[in-house]
Design a protein around this ligand. Structure first.
Ligand SMILES: [Zn+2]
Ligand SMILES: [Zn+2]
Length: 566
């Protein structure tokens, strides 16, 4: 047999189910379950931030029904790296796991504060792993392989199963000059490929981009120019997890004699974690506290700030409206956005940039200068991965369906000349992909979806709450206040309508006044029993006000009657 042909599956081996629970057909909330016999392992547990379409929702995590249904059998949670879309749901998932949490030291350091915040203590422990480590969990042997990405300490996993080897790349690009010298372990991928790989689950994020993504180092030149040409403060908005970016900025600050202030809660926290673990090297005396910024001349300061996505409470947004405690910006200063706009955040970012422009601040984004480089591999990198691994099956992950479909076409091209061209399984969240003696196929459906978290309350936001919030957002809210005499059931005074979300010009105010008079008539016409029953009264008022406003204004606001008995 040709030694490059895939290994045969041993007869009678247990079947293996691969169940994507998040991150397929969408960006964010990456999570993959793999089950064999009575053991399930989970790879990554990501979240996604909610946007304006989900009012009051802070966080979105994957539906955990599948894992809950296998309670007692979920024996490990394995993390590829420390980005929110891979670890944000850990506090919700970990209580369903009866085994260790495996991750590299940096990943675990980013997870720990989340567990503290949610008061999750994990009995089986958080187990640090390093590349080339192998751990055994039931029928699985899980091997960690170094990859490069926009943050340090990232790994792919090769899972040796009874059906063969399944590789999950996690997020990656092939950075051949990584800032920390930790090289992508291409040799190991090649070796596994030569031995035979059953399935490859590969990052599809940047499949639409041609060529290679480029090294993290590529932004050095642009930033050097910016350091040279900025007379006042230099403020860089970036993700606090982009530690390579932070290192490049720190090095340039040292070179150009600027002090570095990390501004924003997560920026301060992550820079400290990174220093402690040796992923961020800063000579002593270079870092200053944000509260010390006013004590230094503007030209001596570099601020590295949160808020690159226009988050309203983040440092950059506060600076933009001159509401930051320590940072005031003006005409000599320059703000650089060193991050990609995550789809959905463009408006919020635009708002921040406009405010900054009004203060006379020079704003630089990646459209003017090469101040950002993606962390995800482009077309040629994905091809290279396929050429090295030569899997029997490809399951494109991390992307919407069109990215996955494009990844499938690339795979046909790359492997058409091989003795066994790759077969692509286009799965979406909740598809159960089964591997057994008959090969790999979409076999079944598992429950999957999204759970919305409102962090001001405990637990989930259900559809009803969400419908109400959309309703209020679209049509406003009206609170009719009616006072009724408890004894006589007579209405006291003219009911008042408190209104939010309506344009309150004279016309509409007139309509609301008339609605109050209308209510007097309606209530007078009700029988005594109805008038002295607040529950019935509320329902009657709600119906009448709704009908009235729909007729007069064409809108359907939420009506919340208050009936006071006096
Ligand atoms: Zn990532
Ligand atoms: Zn990711």
């Amino acid at each position: 047999m040709n030694s490059l042909a895939p290994a045969d599956t041993p007869a009678g081996a247990l079947s293996v189910d691969v169940v994507p629970l998040g991150g397929l057909g969408e960006f964010g909330l990456n999570m993959m379950a793999i089950s064999c016999g009575d053991t399930t392992i989970v790879i990554d547990a990501g979240s996604m931030f909610a946007d304006a379409e989900l009012p009051g929702v802070d966080l979105i995590v994957p539906d955990l029904t599948y894992l809950a249904s296998r309670r007692g059998q979920v024996k490990a949670l394995v993390l590829t790296h420390g980005h929110e879309d891979h670890i944000g749901a850990v506090p919700y998932v970990l209580p369903l796991v009866d085994g260790p949490l495996y991750g590299t030291p940096l990943t675990l350091a980013f997870v720990q504060p989340k567990l503290d915040e949610h008061r999750v203590s994990h009995g089986p422990g958080l187990v640090p792993v390093k590349p080339r480590d192998v751990v055994t969990v039931g029928p699985f042997r899980i091997e960690f392989i170094r990859v490069t990405h926009s943050m340090p300490d990232c790994v792919a996993v090769a899972i040796h199963t009874p059906q063969g080897v399944i590789i999950h790349t996690g997020d990656f690009k092939i950075d051949q000059t990584p800032l920390d010298g930790e090289a992508f372990d291409l040799p190991r991928f090649a070796q596994l490929g030569a031995e035979g790989v059953l399935a490859l689950m590969c990052d599809s994020t940047n499949v639409d981009r041609p060529g290679f993504t480029g090294s993290e180092r590529e932004v050095e030149d642009a930033f050097e120019e910016l350091f040279t040409g900025t007379e006042g403060k230099l403020v860089v908005g970036a993700f606090s997890s982009s530690l390579y970016r932070l290192q490049i900025l720190v090095d340039l600050a040292v070179q150009f004699d600027r002090k570095v202030a990390f501004v924003g809660r997560s920026m301060i926290a992550n820079s400290q974690i990174a220093q402690r673990l040796g992923h961020l090297h800063i000579p002593t005396g270079v870092v200053i506290k944000d509260s010390d910024i006013p004590n230094f001349p503007a030209q001596d300061v570099l601020c590295v700030a949160t808020g690159s996505q226009g988050e309203p409470n983040a440092a950059l947004s506060r600076m933009a409206i001159n509401d930051h405690r320590y940072v005031r910006l003006g005409e000599q200063d320059r703000v650089v956005l060193s991050a990609r706009a995550i789809p959905g955040n463009e408006k919020a970012i635009g708002r921040v940039l406009n405010h900054l422009a009004r203060r006379g601040v020079d704003v630089v984004t990646e459209s003017e200068k090469h101040v950002h480089v993606s962390g995800h591999g482009a077309g040629e990198e994905l091809k290279l991965m396929l050429s090295l691994v030569r899997p029997r099956y490809l399951i494109p992950v991390h992307g919407e369906y069109r990215q996955q479909a494009r990844h499938a076409r690339i795979a046909q091209l790359v492997t058409s000349g091989l003795p066994v061209p790759v077969r692509v399984l286009l799965a979406e969240d909740g598809d159960v992909v089964r591997f057994d003696a008959e090969g790999g196929r979409l076999f079944d459906k598992a429950p999957a979806g999204r759970v919305l978290i409102d962090s001001t309350r405990v637990g989930e936001v259900d559809e009803e709450v969400l419908r109400d919030r959309r309703h209020i957002a679209a049509d406003g809210v009206v609170v009719p206040v009616v006072a009724i005499n408890r004894q006589t059931g007579a209405i006291e005074g003219v009911p008042e309508l408190m209104v939010r979300g309506f344009v309150t010009d004279d016309d509409t105010m007139g309509i609301f006044k008339e609605a109050g008079l209308m209510l007097i008539e309606v209530i007078d016409a009700c029988g005594l029993e109805e008038r002295t029953d607040p529950g019935l009264m509320q329902e009657r008022i709600r119906t009448e006000v709704r009908r009235y406003l729909r007729k007069r204004t064409g809108r359907r606001p939420m009506v919340l009657p208050v009936v006071m008995e006096i």
